[in-house]
Design a protein around this ligand. Structure first.
Ligand code: OXD
Ligand code: MN
Length: 602
């Protein structure tokens, strides 16, 4: 325990070595927070191995972390969260803008003064008896102009350990903050983990986040959803870039050419699996490869050549464990054999982490709550149980993920869980149509957020829970990228989740999704044809390589067909959805919806 000082006198509220430096604003804020929260000690995180080891030891001693089997999973730990604190809480998440309309119907809103008053009352004295950790972090490669820094203050050492994996954290970001003077302020306390005293508030105009009462990833690791999506999307709008809920992958063909694809899917819809895809055997033999740049968040900005360049602001993966197996995602499974924090998974008799769908022939003996496993009482792992691991441990991690300039994006993909109507893939006619395709995205809800699972809802660009401002303005911002000289990516929509009449999935998914990505890149290069329909371009017969994939006639018809009547109803519903945003909704998007609705009548 030598690296963590619990002596306030030895750990003043100023950043180490910062006397008289440009860190005055940071130091003043830390002092202000300490005065409000009244911690016993303040610790400035440097991100070092020694600091991490001391925190892990402390958390093992107090039961926050449980060591897993050192032989099979070296340096890996299990955390069991409070059973009422296992997912994001969208109903308790607020965007506090001066004008309510700026937050839009897509967000819960509170006036900033009310939001601060509510949160500060909760934070008052909440760190008594606890250590307050100050975590300087950088979202994105430390030397990238696309990256942005933040500081999270928290009383949770579990948050510190996770932030160390998920962001570039410690001394280097502190030095960048000192240079730039600008940073996002994130204040977090687990409070009493009381769902009645839990709020996640964002003040985008002040680059500030206040989160109280939850230790769950998306609510507590403030660099992730709160900063890199809600605050960043707001900031990106005024600075001319995009902060998106998208994976980024590089698709390398046998000629050694790599095209980068950014893809938005709602939470727990397979972004991690797609980002780490292993090509089917024949493709692998031919030399196809998928490189992982990111699995959840993408920041994109137009470069001097007019193309969009993207970085992954994160440094790790906070992936959904259930369903991850040697078959579904071998790269993820290899990544999490060591140095991993597992949250809310089950455990085997020899202390290995276990979850439904792991399919390793083992059996759990303890469930995610720490009780003896009893199949009749529910799954061993919580459906939203997670692993936190450094991206560098992923066998397919792209060296380009560290490129300060980002990677050029050739295609943007939108997708959701659509059991009916929506075909396997279609391409938008142009950028405006593509923005409508993203805006109209729908999906069944998943366990990543509290609430009912399997309910269809509109989730534009998979940003429903994450857009830090009015969706109408967000779509206007997206449309604004279509300027003279812009070389924008092509936009596609995919649906890996189409079901047959018997309720089974029609498309094998996982590695086979490469076949669809291949067609997209052929389209980008002008090498594949298409069938034009009112909803966009569908692949021409046999232009998607289906060698070795067995599809029934029903599957072929539903995956590659166009159901005019169903789409007429869908477009009427899309029109109603756009109207919910009133006059702020860009006319260009409404015109596009009208144009397609009309074409569907013919
Ligand atoms: C996530 C989510 O954790 O989207 O990535 O919920
Ligand atoms: Mn996500």
């Amino acid at each position: 325990m030598n690296a963590i000082s619990h002596d306030v006198a030895k750990q003043p509220a100023v950043a180490p070595g910062s006397e008289g430096s440009k860190l005055a604003a940071l130091n003043a804020w830390v002092a202000e927070v300490a005065a409000l929260t009244k911690p016993d000690a303040i610790h400035w995180c440097d991100g070092s191995d020694a600091e991490n080891a001391a925190l892990i030891a402390q958390m093992q001693a107090d039961g926050t972390l449980i060591k897993l089997n050192e032989t099979t999973h070296p340096n890996s730990y299990l955390h069991r969260s409070h059973p009422d604190d296992v997912a994001r809480v969208e109903h308790l998440t607020f965007v506090c803008t001066t004008k309510q309309d700026d937050a839009g119907p897509n967000n819960h809103w509170m006036a900033p003064a009310d939001g601060h008053a509510k949160m500060d009352a909760l934070f008052d004295g909440c760190m008594k008896g606890r250590t307050m950790y100050v975590i300087p972090y950088c979202m994105g490669p430390i030397d990238s102009p696309l990256s942005r820094c933040g500081v999270e203050i928290t009383d949770s050492p579990y948050v510190v350990a996770n932030m160390r994996i998920m962001t570039r954290m410690g001394a280097a970001p502190l030095a960048r903050i000192e240079r730039e003077g600008k940073f996002v302020r994130g204040l977090h306390s687990i409070g009493e983990l009381d769902p009645e005293r839990r709020f996640i508030m964002h003040f985008p105009e002040e680059l500030t986040i206040k989160s109280f009462g939850s230790g769950y990833g998306g609510n507590a690791l403030l660099g992730k959803k709160c900063h890199a999506l809600r605050i960043a999307s707001h900031q990106a709008r005024s600075e001319g870039w995009l902060a998106e809920h998208m994976l980024i992958l590089g698709l390398e063909n046998p000629q050694g050419e790599t095209h980068y694809i950014a893809a938005a899917f709602p939470s727990a819809c397979g972004k991690t699996n797609l980002a780490m895809l292993i090509p089917p055997e024949g493709y692998r033999a031919d030399g196809w490869k998928v490189w992982t740049v990111g699995d959840d968040i993408c920041w994109m900005r137009p470069g001097a050549d007019g193309r969009l360049y993207a970085i992954n602001p994160e440094a790790g993966f906070f992936g959904v464990a259930p369903g991850t197996s040697a078959k579904s995602n071998p790269n993820a499974l290899k990544s999490i054999q060591s140095n991993t924090i597992f949250t809310n998974v089950g455990v085997t008799a020899d202390n290995q982490p276990w979850w439904e769908g792991l399919d390793d022939g083992q059996q759990p003996v303890t469930d995610w709550r720490g009780n003896a496993y009893d199949a009749a009482k529910g799954p061993a792992a919580h459906p939203n149980s997670r692993f936190t691991v450094s991206a560098r441990q992923c066998p397919s991690y792209s060296p380009e993920a560290e490129n300060a300039a980002g990677v050029p994006i050739s295609a943007i993909v939108f997708g959701g869980r659509r059991p009916s109507l929506v075909p396997l893939v279609f391409e938008a006619r142009d950028w405006t149509h593509g923005v409508l395709v993203g805006a109209a995205m729908g999906s069944e809800t998943t366990a990543a957020a509290t609430g009912a699972v399997g309910v269809m809802r509109r989730d534009p660009m998979a940003m429903k829970p994450f857009c830090g401002y009015n969706f109408a303005d967000y779509f206007t911002h997206w449309l604004s990228f279509d300027q003279a000289g812009a070389k924008l990516p092509k936009i596609f929509h995919v649906n890996w989740f189409r079901k047959g009449d018997d309720g089974s999935f029609l498309w094998p998914g996982f590695g086979e999704n490469l076949r669809v990505l291949e067609w997209m890149i052929q389209r980008v290069k002008g090498e594949a044809g298409s069938v034009e329909t009112p909803i966009g371009h569908l692949p021409k017969d046999d232009e998607i390589n289906l060698d070795g994939v067995e599809l029934t006639d029903e599957a072929r018809a539903k995956l590659f067909g166009f159901e005019r009547e169903g789409w007429q109803a869908e477009f009427a519903s899309i029109g109603d959805y756009l109207d919910e945003y009133g006059p702020r909704m860009p006319q260009a998007l409404k015109d596009e919806q009208q144009r397609i609705a009309k074409a569907l009548q013919n």
